[in-house]
Design a protein around this ligand. Structure first.
Ligand SMILES: [Fe+2]
Length: 258
């Protein structure tokens, strides 16, 4: 399995506190069947503009450390880029790491509370450069609560949606867990990842969440599709986007729509 969103790099932002925490995280991942982890430290314009070289060097350091300690988990470079209207131009300058540095996919984080007006423009600009934005943990944003049309529109503009395994297992509450299952049924989930920050609590587990999704009645083909997409992302291969289902509006919405 592949984990495309994980804060495993040591001593950066709110991720692993030190290299031994990274090692512990990799051990947990290995037991869970995760063979490849994309390291996704936060990239935030003006606040935390970590360079591509810095990320690559940290990945090399971890890969060597894991090898020495008999851990068979490969770390690939990436980042979790916080959205801004200038993000595509920064990317064009070569300042931002794509997933696996293959120039095909970029992990993009949105603000938690307010949906910025320029999100669709950013998606459009990335798509023009041949890069597909993957929206990180779509289920966690406040404005997605009862607005799945918004997710539908983002997919139609060319973005893919990632959900957190910890959301499925209930770390952020029952409501968010249900939201993931609902989005999955509407073909609005393309990838699942741990978004792990440490070896305890938010740790790199994915299997449990897949079993929960399966138990909630989600078809195994859909789960296989979501898992398989992780491999496609790290290899820069195109993902076959399933047609998202627009949530049906109630009769009152139709009657009183202006
Ligand atoms: Fe994250």
């Amino acid at each position: 399995m592949v984990d495309i969103h994980c804060h495993i790099l040591p001593e950066i932002d709110d991720g692993a506190a030190d290299i031994d925490t990274s090692l512990e995280m990799a051990q947990i991942a290995q037991k869970d069947g995760i063979k490849t982890i994309v390291a996704t430290p936060h990239y935030i314009e003006y606040e935390s503009e970590i360079s591509k070289d810095f990320i690559k060097n940290k990945c090399d350091l971890l890969n060597n450390y894991f090898l020495k300690n008999g851990i068979d988990v490969k770390i690939l470079p990436g980042c979790e880029a916080y959205i801004s209207h200038t993000l595509p131009s920064k990317y064009k300058e070569g300042s931002i790491m794509s997933i696996s540095d293959n120039g095909k996919y970029i992990l993009v984080e949105l603000p938690m509370v307010e949906f910025p007006s320029y999100v669709e423009d950013v998606i459009f600009e990335f798509k023009l450069m041949g890069v597909t934005p993957i929206i990180a943990h779509i289920e966690r944003y406040k404005y997605v609560d009862d607005n799945f049309d918004l997710v539908y529109n983002l997919i139609k503009k060319g973005a893919l949606m990632q959900v957190n395994s910890t959301s499925v297992t209930g770390l952020f509450g029952n409501k968010i867990a249900k939201k993931v299952a609902h989005l999955t049924r509407l073909n609005m989930v393309h990838l699942i990842a741990s978004d792990a920050h440490t070896a305890k609590g938010r740790s790199p587990h994915i299997v449990d969440s897949l079993l929960i999704l399966k138990d909630s009645g989600i078809d195994h083909e859909v789960i296989d599709y979501i898992v398989e997409n992780g491999y496609k992302v790290i290899n820069g291969l195109e993902i076959d986007v399933r047609e998202p289902v627009l949530k049906k509006k109630g009769i009152f919405h139709k009657l009183f729509r202006t």
